[in-house]
Design a protein around this ligand. Sequence first.
Ligand SMILES: [Zn+2]
Length: 265
Amino acid sequence: MVSYRDLASGLKKLEIDPAQPVIIHASLSTFGEIRGGADSFLGALLATFQKVMMPSFTFKTMVTPEFGPDNNGVIYGSGKDINKMAEFFYPDMSVDPLIGDLAEALLEHPDSQRSTHPILSFTGINIPNILKSQNLMNPFEPIRTMMEENGWVILAGVDQTVNTSIHFAEQLAGRKTFTRWALTIHGVTECKNFLGCSDGFNKAQDWFSSFTKTVRIGNTKIMALPITNVVQTVKTHIQKNPKALLCSRKECPRCDAIRNSLKKK
Ligand SMILES: [Zn+2]
């Protein structure tokens, strides 16, 4: 069983300046049993870092309209049944289960704040300026603000496919982005610069090896990477090879849309 002390001492071994902001992506199940669960993990994070952020995305607000822009990785009019299940975004809406229990624990923490994007919100502690930098047009602006503050990405038991900073780098490199729609109290809201598919992101792991710090807690690998290095490395590779990091699934609506957009140029 992994304890609070194991977690706190493992995170400390990353030797990150506690004043630098961190974005954490974690899968608690990879640790086996954690004494005290997600709250214990969150406590260890907050004892190690002063400024903590996690994605608190809410995909259940999404609706598919009957019409929309071409080559958008979506089949219009296909969402009739799912649209009926969509929920209006509200500030305490649960984090998508795919993102996990740690982000939910952060959201429930009395000192946390959440940005207001109806699909791609972030939640954090002591980072009001970073959260405020997000807007509907620029959902990944908090990653840029973290770069300016020498922030780090921490991947705890997860791989690069969940690394949100890579999505920001794709956009900086000029890669096509997507439009999606969400239910809000103001009606159906258009959300520009929505993320592409991340299934091919593990190909970036080798590019990052020279600046990745790794520690183990129990049997789980924890990686820490400077956000600036991640973003600049990915941007450079995509500018050199516009198909870099696209997935190799046979039919992937968003990766195929990006390939289409390259043909047109
Ligand atoms: Zn794909």
